[in-house]
Design a protein around this ligand. Structure first.
Ligand code: XMP
Length: 310
């Protein structure tokens, strides 16, 4: 049985011992994992922590504002770094899923490394959890934040890594969030991948494609709010399909909707969603996003599929 109180006590003690009076920076995306890791370190070292939200241009609607507001309301010093151009530049011409993940990881650490130098810090906190490590080490995917475990030396990026949640699975991270008194919007938040919407644009990632999938994601999230699914989201395909808009035959985008139940993200089941919900989503996506002509629902479990498409 996971003893959450003990975990928090031990973590605070360990962080204090390891960090001492040195300065720490935390890469916080606003997800459960990175926010819990950030808050734990904040509790341990107080003003010596600075949280950084890298705006990579790949986040959901309203996300940068939400994250900054949340961090500040928790009393955490926070800085937003606009790196949208750098991220979109690095994706140019890249269509392979693993190549895109690696590009994301590299540009993420470059952008972040730059902030670390400016802030003259020594430690970096991130919200890596056990499932991230297991799947990256197994070679299922290159999780953007797993470095040491696959033999990449963080020192080559210029700092030491602190990963207080590396032994936990998601349900225990949520318990820690509740124990720490974090708001429900954080502790019960749907998982969202670090590389964000870049995993949900199949093929090359461009600002236009991101804005399509961002809008589709907003619609799916609104329409599935009450379902309590583990994750629900939209994916933009690379292929096009024929459709009819305003009485004219057009060649347009295809969006897939994915709604899954899971405990720890290692396996997942596609949700048997009511047809009314699916129809409402399809109707809204094809009406509110002019370029989309087709909306599909993914009925594949994990395995054999993964939760994300890339
Ligand atoms: P897959 O697609 O591998 O996803 O079944 C399992 C869980 O992990 C999330 N995911 C990621 N999270 N960085 C993250 O922080 C990543 O690179 C990444 N890839 C997948 C995914 O959303 C799901 O919850």
């Amino acid at each position: 049985m996971f003893d959450v109180r003990r975990f928090v006590e031990n973590s605070l003690e360990e962080i204090k011992t390891v960090v001492g009076e040195k300065r720490v920076i935390s890469a916080c995306s606003g997800g459960v994992d990175s926010t819990v890791a950030t808050f734990l370190v904040h509790k341990a070292v107080g003003k010596n922590l600075m949280a950084v939200f890298i705006d990579d241009g790949l986040r959901r609607e309203g996300e940068p504002e939400f994250v900054m507001k949340t961090l500040r309301s928790l009393g955490i010093k926070a800085r937003l770094v606009d790196a949208k151009n750098e991220f979109f530049n690095v994706f140019k011409g890249k269509t392979d899923a693993e190549e895109k993940r690696k590009a994301f990881r590299d540009i993420f650490y470059k952008a972040f490394g730059k902030v670390c130098k400016e802030e003259k810090i020594e430690f970096v906190t991130q919200g890596t959890i056990k499932a991230d490590i297991i799947e990256t080490v197994k070679g299922i995917k290159s999780q953007h934040n797993v470095l040491e475990q696959i033999g990449i030396n963080p020192k080559s990026y210029g700092y030491k890594i602190l990963e207080p949640l590396r032994e936990l699975f998601k349900p225990d991270v949520r318990k820690v969030a509740r124990e720490l008194g974090l708001p429900k919007e954080i502790s019960e938040r749907m998982p969202f991948p670090g590389p964000a919407l870049s995993l949900r644009v199949l093929g090359e990632v461009t600002p236009d494609k991101i804005s399509i999938v961002r809008k589709a994601t907003e619609i799916v999230e609104e329409e599935t709010k009450g379902l309590g699914a583990f994750q629900s989201f939209a994916v933009l395909h690379n292929d096009m399909a024929t459709g009819i808009k305003n009485g004219k035959r057009v060649y347009g985008n295809i969006v897939t909707v994915r709604i899954v139940d899971s405990e720890d993200a290692l396996t997942a089941r596609a949700r048997h969603v009511s047809y009314e919900i699916l129809m409402r989503i399809s109707e809204r996506i094809t009406r509110e996003i002019p370029s989309v002509v087709r909306c599909l629902y993914d009925i594949t479990d994990k395995p054999p599929a993964t939760i994300e498409f890339e």
